[in-house]
Write a protein that binds this ligand. Structure first.
Ligand code: 13P
Length: 249
């Protein structure tokens, strides 16, 4: 049985006071901690302070990104070592906004995943097709290729630290969610790909989250799907009431 994961990607949002209030409310939530992981990914600059607020709760604090080198002349970058130093539990990697706005390639994402493996640092590895790719009917090829390239050189054992998030680019921040059937069929395609690349037992264990306009209104239908193990939530994770409803779907 795969544990479910509800993760909030706060992106470049919230003032510090708002972020602290939000973490405070989340630490008071009751949810089944045996069956569910709750993760928040705030801005780098808040990680340390928010980690202190979340310390005695089950909420895990993740980064949204990191660089693959440990230290050196990489102005503006943050290493896994630095994140671990302040108690950060893991990170998102390869988000479509990193890929599209900051030109992160599959090769760079693969280097980051390799660095995460070397540091035993859990990651939520994001993949997803654009609208043009879906309209052209190549979405499954595109997404499984992203999975394969990101995981190049990653062994079965290394996969323990990896959660995958399928986030169709056209569904992010648009209010358009993939239908639960479309999301399910992509999750199944990713799992089949992992079954071929590794083996069925591993494919059955990897958690695959859906992201893209997840809201209190659609979370239950998505979570009812056999291959959807959780959600990576943007906009709806920025307010305590909507995020709480998603956590307790
Ligand atoms: P929205 O939930 O705002 O569509 O964002 C999804 C996302 O990009 C999470 O990483």
């Amino acid at each position: 049985m795969r544990r479910s994961v509800i993760a909030g990607n706060w992106k470049m949002n919230l003032g510090f006071g708002e972020a602290a209030d939000l973490v405070n409310s989340l630490t008071k939530l009751n949810y089944n901690t045996e069956q569910k992981d709750v993760i928040i990914a705030p801005s780098f600059v808040y990680l340390s302070e928010l980690g202190k607020i979340a310390k005695d709760s089950n909420i895990k604090v993740y980064a949204q990104n990191f660089y693959y080198e440990d230290s050196g002349a990489f102005t503006g970058e943050v290493s896994i070592e630095m994140l671990k130093n302040i108690g950060v539990a893991g990170s998102i990697v390869g988000h479509s906004e990193r890929r599209m706005i900051f030109h992160e390639t599959d090769e760079v994402i693969n280097k980051k995943i390799k660095a995460a493996v070397a540091h035993k640092f859990p990651v939520i590895f994001c993949v997803g097709e654009t609208l043009e790719q879906r309209v052209a009917g190549v979405h499954e090829e595109v997404v499984t290729a992203q999975v394969g390239l990101g995981l190049e050189g990653i062994s079965e054992k290394d996969m323990e630290i990896i959660t995958i998030a399928y986030e169709p680019v056209w569904a992010i921040g648009t209010g358009k969610t993939a239908s639960s059937d479309d999301a399910e069929s992509m999750h199944k395609a990713i799992r089949n790909f992992l079954g071929k690349k590794y083996n069925k037992a591993l494919a059955d264990n990897v958690r695959i989250l859906y992201g893209g306009s997840v809201k209190p209104e659609n979370i239950s239908e998505l979570m009812a799907m056999e291959n959807i193990d959780g959600a990576l939530v943007g906009g709806a994770s920025l307010k305590a009431d909507s995020f709480a409803k998603i956590i307790n779907y």
